[in-house]
Design a protein around this ligand. Structure first.
Ligand code: PA5
Length: 443
């Protein structure tokens, strides 16, 4: 099997290869620190060897549960927020057809608990009225407001529609092994459960049941996904010298760019199926590195669509950005450009070429233009967009994130900043236990 390829050549100019390679010992040390568990946040390193440690039995169990959902449900609602839904959504969107849901492919996967929107929940509830549906409820803490609220509403709807007994069989909870409201509820209601390991944070949980169960329900081969991740786990291991370790090189390059004033990294794709991979990546790096008043701001665009909007800013706006482009070498299908007798659109010069030939020239043309415009480009090439290479990509980004956070000097595995809005929201809602804050904020 091939591997994904990293190319930093077009980032050189803003930084030099020597600068990046001068980070070799620091990056190798950061990788060893991860491996030895001697750095900041070392109680959250369970993701490091997840791919190689998942057993056949665990995979078979997840697959069996997924098969039950597939047999019994027209729709499966994945309830979760942040790290508890972005990984599965990233994989499912990347590996599904954009029109699958219109063809009554079973089951349709929809999401809830990633917002607090009344209209969204009303419309979802309405849609589910005529459907046989199941729920995968995911929350590591088991106390997050958004998914708890959505689950309360959906659970009632399911129970009202099929009765408590059948509802119980159509709900799976994925949560902490012992703590939290969701664990208590799941035990009381006797739901089938999966455990999110203590030492795996939400944004690193895609290769636990958090990601794997919804992905398997969508009919995607989770073994292939894991195999891809295993390959990347091996080739980015702590034993690997810097010059052969693409995760370490990516981590070092983006840190050097940051030091040189490139404060924003834009993840670019030329295949919009990767849109949610970008959303997952934004969380992974944004939440891991954005702390202590430092860290690259993570943004993302889908090209060529966004070349007609954000393309202007990227070409000529403030020069504080760099791009990391995910390129797919081979599309899954072939569409040849047909001849047209009248040629009123002037496209006959493309006859016989494939649509992807045009997309690739757009990609190359964009890279040249952006590099000329002062936007360093890093490129990551996947031979194909399939479960195996996606598994590689996900683990690649996770490993590079750990190394990058240590190079930056932060704890990449905590997220203290996400609590601030919650405290205010609870105080404003007069939640018991928040009396002091309530008085303060409402005065
Ligand atoms: O990465 C993280 O830790 C967060 O995005 C969490 O996953 C998110 O806040 C959801 O938390 P929980 O799974 O506890 O409901």
């Amino acid at each position: 099997m091939k591997q994904i390829v990293l190319d930093i050549n077009k980032a050189l100019g803003a930084i030099t290869r020597e600068q990046v390679y001068a980070q070799d010992s620091k990056a190798e040390a950061a990788n060893k620190t991860l491996e030895n568990g001697t750095g900041k946040g070392n109680d959250f390193l369970g993701w490091l060897h997840l791919p190689s440690s998942i057993s056949e039995t665990e995979i078979a169990d997840i697959q069996a549960t997924a098969d039950i959902f597939r047999a019994n449900c027209e729709v499966v609602v994945v309830v979760g927020i942040g790290g508890s839904y972005l990984g599965s959504k990233a994989v499912i969107e990347a590996l599904s057809g954009p029109f699958d849901y219109l063809e009554n492919k079973k089951p349709v996967i929809v999401y809830a608990g990633h917002n607090i929107e009344e209209d969204y929940l009303y419309e979802l509830s309405n849609y589910l009225k005529s459907k046989s549906f199941g729920i995968i409820n995911i929350s590591k803490s088991g106390t997050t407001t958004e998914p708890a609220l959505a689950f309360r509403i959906l659970k009632k709807q399911l129970e009202d529609s099929v009765g408590k007994e059948i509802a119980r069989e159509r709900i799976v909870a994925i949560t902490d092994k012992a703590r939290g409201a969701l664990r208590t509820l799941a035990t009381k209601e006797e739901y089938k459960t999966y455990v999110i390991p203590d030492n795996v944070g939400g944004r690193f949980s895609v290769l636990t049941p958090v990601g794997l169960l919804p992905v398997a329900v969508a009919g995607i081969d989770i073994k292939q996904l894991i195999e891809g991740a295993v390959a990347m786990e091996t080739i980015t291991g702590a034993h690997m010298p810097f010059s052969n370790n693409i995760a370490a090189i990516y981590a070092a390059a983006r840190n050097e760019l940051y030091k040189n004033g490139k404060k924003i990294e834009i993840l670019v794709n030329f295949n919009s199926k990767l849109h949610y991979v970008s959303e997952w990546w934004k969380q992974l790096y944004g939440e891991s590195e954005g702390k202590e008043n430092k860290g690259i701001f993570t943004a993302a665009v889908d090209f060529t669509t966004d070349l007609h909007s954000m393309g202007q800013w990227i070409q000529e706006g403030e020069r504080s950005i760099f791009e990391t482009v995910i390129s797919i070498a081979q599309p899954q299908y072939q569409v040849e450009i047909p001849s047209d007798e009248q040629d009123l659109d002037g496209l006959n010069f493309l006859v016989g070429k494939r649509v992807d030939d045009v997309n690739k020239m757009a990609e190359l043309g964009t890279q040249l233009a952006h590099v000329d415009g002062g936007v360093p480009n890093i490129k990551i090439t996947l031979p194909q967009l399939n479960a195996y290479y996606l598994g590689q990509l996900l683990y690649f980004f996770e490993k590079a994130c750990g190394i990058s956070g240590y190079l930056l000097g932060v704890n990449p595995f905590d997220q203290p900043g996400v609590e601030a809005y919650k405290r205010n929201m609870f105080a404003l809602l007069d939640k018991p236990g928040y009396e002091e804050e309530s008085k303060r904020i409402q005065s």
